[in-house]
Design a protein around this ligand. Structure first.
Ligand code: UDP
Length: 469
């Protein structure tokens, strides 16, 4: 009887990730977090991504969670992309990007069909799927946004957009302050994304505006960070920008399973136990981990510089190498590099079991491109960072690491600070931790809303479930 009652009021969520690793990995963790709370969870994705995701999701379903996948075909050929294209990382030239976004927009109709058929209670969709707010609203379903980044970078972007403090700057050596924020944040012009510098009808300007508008009409924002990490910005986001947000991370801590930690949607060419064995042979804090995320690819001459730098540093290292072209030859490595580095450095091609590596005691530093997942994984593991931002909000994330958290400089204080944040991160996801408490509050609120609307809604009334004030 008790289970009948709880099933009657069981919430059903649609999780709809964008198809890049940096967005998909945390959203799958979020799907599992909901399923852990007895929320029926359906992840919407394209067929090739479904194959990758099904391994981990099937495992969770077998363990008793109510978690599933629904696929929507990706209309690659219809927009002139090669058959089988389903992810931004598969695009080989910038002119493919508008076609990709066109295809993403065409997912709206099949998505609406799924909404009509399954009537979930709420939708959590990636920011790039801005039209999901409108699609869900047609059926009276609230939509939460997942931006993939922290609150700090949203606040910086909004201040830059409104105040344009870079307008009079012509020399990139000149720094300016980002106005109105809780900390003094200094930037240079070249660190401001182009779509914020100039409002044009470029693809990114149009996409950014759609995201902004959809945010205003959405129920709120789910954030992969935790309150203690950016409390001043969480308060600013809510009070000054008027956005409701729930910080429920670090979501990567949901996975304690080594397989999930190792693969995370992609298989590394090296077995994780071999990487761990290699790290076991090193002293604590003696290895630097060098990785630039899932999308950044460096030209050969930069790879040569990194190889030379690593050798001259005398440090042990793990370096994840992603070339511009996968079949490009290996001439970027200085002559005899691999022989000289034998035992000292480990090169992993394309994809490494990052979380396992960062969690190992031998790793004492992380050279990162400042993707938010990487930074949060570094913080959670208590590893100080060397920042090398490359594009988009990675420049804001760098400011967060170096100017707010102060965990990106070379001294003992910094290591102590990042270890403290790592401990706070682990506390945040414990039963009475801030992320867990915020997540419970969100689920309770959605349950109350479901009960209320079930009690007042007429059968034909699908259109009005207002957002709370
Ligand atoms: N990642 C990984 N192995 C790699 C490269 C990346 O597991 O070799 C994971 C990393 O742990 C993170 C995600 O891929 O969870 C990358 O997201 P991030 O936001 O750091 O950067 P992006 O790839 O989106 O630029």
């Amino acid at each position: 009887m008790a289970s009948e009652i709880s099933l009657q009021h069981q919430l059903h969520v649609f999780i709809f990730p964008f198809t890049t690793q940096g967005h998909m990995i945390p959203m799958i963790h979020i799907a599992k977090l909901f399923a852990d709370r007895v929320v029926k969870t359906t992840t919407i994705c394209t067929p090739l991504n479904a194959i990758t995701l099904s391994k981990t999701i099937d495992q969770d379903r077998l363990s008793g969670l109510d978690i599933n996948i629904q696929t929507i075909p990706f209309p690659a050929v219809e927009v002139g992309l090669p058959a089988g294209t389903e992810s931004v990382t598969q695009l080989t030239s910038p002119d493919m990007m508008p076609k990709f976004f066109l295809a993403v927009g065409m997912l709206q109709q099949p998505f609406e069909k799924l909404l009509e058929e399954y009537r979930p209670d709420f939708v959590v969709a990636d920011m790039f799927l801005a039209w999901t707010t409108e699609a869900a609203a047609k059926f009276g379903i609230p939509r939460l946004i997942f931006h993939g980044t922290n609150i700090f970078s949203q606040c910086v972007a909004e201040s830059l957009r409104i105040n344009k403090p870079f307008e009079s700057i012509i020399d990139d050596k000149e720094t300016f302050l980002v106005p109105g924020l809780p900390n003094k944040i200094e930037m240079t012009l070249s660190q401001v994304p182009e779509h914020i510098q100039k409002e044009t009808d470029s693809l990114f300007c149009v996409v950014a505006e759609k995201i902004r508008v959809s945010e205003q009409k959405s129920y709120g924002v789910l954030v992969n960070s935790f309150y203690e990490l950016e409390s001043a910005y969480a308060d600013y986001y809510k009070n000054a920008m008027g956005i409701r947000a729930w910080q429920i991370g670090p979501v990567s801590l949901r996975n304690s399973d080594t397989l999930d930690k190792a693969e995370r949607g992609k298989k590394s060419p090296i077995e994780e136990h071999n990487v761990l064995k290699w790290l076991d042979s090193k002293k604590p804090n003696s290895v630097i981990y060098v990785s630039f995320g899932s999308m950044s690819k460096l030209p050969s001459d930069q790879l040569t510089e990194i190889a030379t730098g690593l050798e001259e540093s005398g440090c042990s290292f793990i370096w994840v190498v992603r070339k511009m072209m996968p079949d490009e030859d290996e001439k970027f490595l200085p002559a005899g590099f691999e022989e000289r580095m034998e035992g000292k450095g480990l090169i992993i091609r394309e994809w490494a079991p990052q979380v396992l590596i960062l969690d190992h005691l031998a790793v004492g530093g992380f050279m990162t491109h400042c993707g938010w997942n990487s930074i949060l994984e570094g913080i959670t593991a208590g590893v100080p960072m060397i920042t090398w931002p490359m594009f988009a909000e990675q420049f804001y994330n760098e400011k967060f690491v170096t100017q707010v958290l102060k965990i990106g400089e070379e001294n003992r204080q910094m290591r102590k600070r990042v270890i403290e944040f790592g401990e706070k991160a682990k506390r945040a996801v414990k039963e009475d931790g801030s992320s867990n408490v915020q997540f419970t509050a969100l689920i309770e609120e959605l349950k109350m809303s479901k009960k209320f609307w079930e009690s007042v809604r007429q059968p034909q009334d699908h259109h009005s479930r207002p957002r709370p004030s």
